[in-house]
Ligand binder design. Structure first.
Ligand code: ZN
Length: 492
């Protein structure tokens, strides 16, 4: 198996052939949730995108260390380093300990992630568990001259950094524009420049969470945790850093500056960003009333939803789009995804029951190569799925007798589907455990009855034959006699 594939590097703005720092091993870090509320649609997309990458890398034979953090302190309500901590705010509102909020929503997040069939990361570090590492990194940045203390807080000196390095290289922003946009803050802040960001924030006595540091009792700045924890678990140079595209600025831009500031070099080889989800063409936001949590989505309990959508429908829906495209969420699009997913699962159920022929009219090898080829091209799932659905067509055509396949080809297809659909795309057949077996048993029992009816007819016992037909009709199963047997359908 070739381990070659390309990924789009947000930093270089082009597709690059992936080469790991250590052959055979991949270190990847993905920014996880700030756990102050239920997981929503915006959490599902990065989780599924990087789960796909994790699964694909493992399929290619890499040993992967996948680190996804939990932010449980330091993420403020606004990006200007002035607002309240999101978790503290929620704790105050609910009159709970911050760690109770963290626990409640971490458990909820894990449950939703399991429903979406995302694999747990190899390490899931928490910001509060790595205060010492963050303080150490802040010290290094101050020692290198890129951080300064002001009234107990420590800030990153962006203007100084920008003289030596390219601040804005990831997000494509220019420092002049950043300063232009935030000029009104000037003079009201202890920061030297409005572009500076907090590495450590002094806490006042009302803060529920605070730790002792050389500068003050306080909390780390939000961007610090990812620099400290990625370095701790993946080293000063690692392969992939991922997250949603909304994190490019300021979060990831700040991470690059912090690594250079603390360790003298950038830590990430490939920056990967999934694009955002819109809802009926609009950005998702609490104020717009289109904020949909995953629990609401899975139960249908939201006024925008026509019905409940299963976790696999949602996963399939997201895989139908390339991770770098925006994805518009609507009932129509989800219903179409549900239909497509059901069609796929039906064909997969049918596959082991197909009768092999002496010759194949299909080219299974080409289909399999084309599908993996699409995955090698920056995880192009929409193209890969288009090839897969060619296979779905074949399966149905073989079943209907319009195409044929040899045992070798059918086995090849089966192996491919197990690897691609279940292991790499991470889809599961949701009907497997419950509904599916009931449906199959129902069909078997019905056929048993109808065969008895055929026997009765053959024996000229029309009374029994009609009785079976009429009573089935009463419960909604309509039987039609045909020349060479019978047909039935369920009338709702
Ligand atoms: Zn992060």
């Amino acid at each position: 198996m070739s381990q070659d594939f390309t990924i789009y590097n947000t930093l270089s703005r082009k597709k690059e052939v992936f080469k790991p720092v250590i052959p055979g091993y991949v270190g990847m870090y993905v920014c996880g949730p700030t756990v102050y509320g239920e997981a929503h649609l915006g959490h599902a997309r990065p989780a599924i995108t990087f789960d796909l990458l994790f699964r694909y890398l493992r399929y290619l034979g890499y040993k992967v260390r996948y680190v996804r953090n939990i932010t449980d302190v330091g993420h403020l309500v606004d990006d200007a380093d002035e607002g309240e901590d999101k978790i503290e705010k929620k704790a105050r509102l609910e009159k709970l300990e911050p760690m109770e909020i963290v626990q409640q929503y971490t458990v909820g997040y894990h449950k939703n992630m399991e429903q979406l069939n995302t694999l747990p990361p190899s390490i899931e570090p928490r910001a509060t568990g790595h205060i010492m590492e963050q303080i150490d990194a802040v010290k290094k940045i101050v020692e290198q001259g890129y951080g300064y203390e002001a009234e107990g807080s420590v800030y990153f000196d962006v203007e100084k950094y920008a003289k030596d390095h390219d601040y804005g290289k990831l997000s494509g922003r220019k420092l002049e524009d950043m300063l232009e946009n935030t000029r009104e803050l000037e003079g009201q802040s202890e920061k030297r420049s409005s572009a500076d960001f907090a590495l450590w924030k002094k806490a006042d006595q009302t803060h529920l969470m605070q730790w002792a540091a050389p500068w003050s009792d306080g909390v780390p700045g939000w961007h610090m945790e990812c620099t400290a924890m990625s370095t701790k678990y993946l080293g000063e140079r690692f392969d992939i850093h991922g997250g949603g595209s909304d994190l490019k600025f300021p979060h990831h831009e700040a991470e690059i500056a912090q690594s250079v500031g603390a360790y003298g070099k950038e830590s990430v080889n490939y920056w990967m960003h999934n694009n955002l989800i819109t809802i009926n063409g609009q950005k998702m936001g609490k104020s717009l009333g289109n904020f949909i949590t995953l629990n609401e989505l899975f139960t249908g309990k939201h006024e925008l939803l026509y019905q409940a959508y299963s976790p696999m429908t949602v996963r399939f829906f997201m895989l139908q789009a390339h991770y770098r495209s925006t994805l518009d969420f609507s009932n129509e699009a989800l219903l179409a995804a549900q239909k497509g997913f059901e069609r796929l699962m039906k064909a997969i159920d049918l596959l082991p029951r197909l009768k092999p022929a002496n010759e194949s009219t299909i080219d299974a090898g080409k289909l399999i190569n084309d599908t993996w080829g699409a995955m090698q091209d920056d995880l192009n799932t929409p193209v890969a799925l288009a090839h897969l659905f060619e296979g779905v067509k074949w399966i149905n055509a073989i079943h209907d007798g319009h195409q044929t396949a040899t045992k070798v080809d059918l086995d090849k297809l089966q192996k491919f589907i197990n690897e691609f659909v279940f292991n790499v795309l991470g889809l599961t057949n949701e009907t497997d455990n419950a509904q599916g077996t009931v449906d199959e048993k129902f069909e078997e029992v019905l056929n048993l009855l109808l065969n008895l009816r055929s026997e009765a007819k053959a024996n000229k016992d029309y009374a029994t034959a009609d009785k079976i037909r009429d009573q089935l009709k009463e419960i909604g199963v309509v039987v039609k006699d045909k020349k060479d047997g019978f047909e039935w359908e369920i009338i709702e």
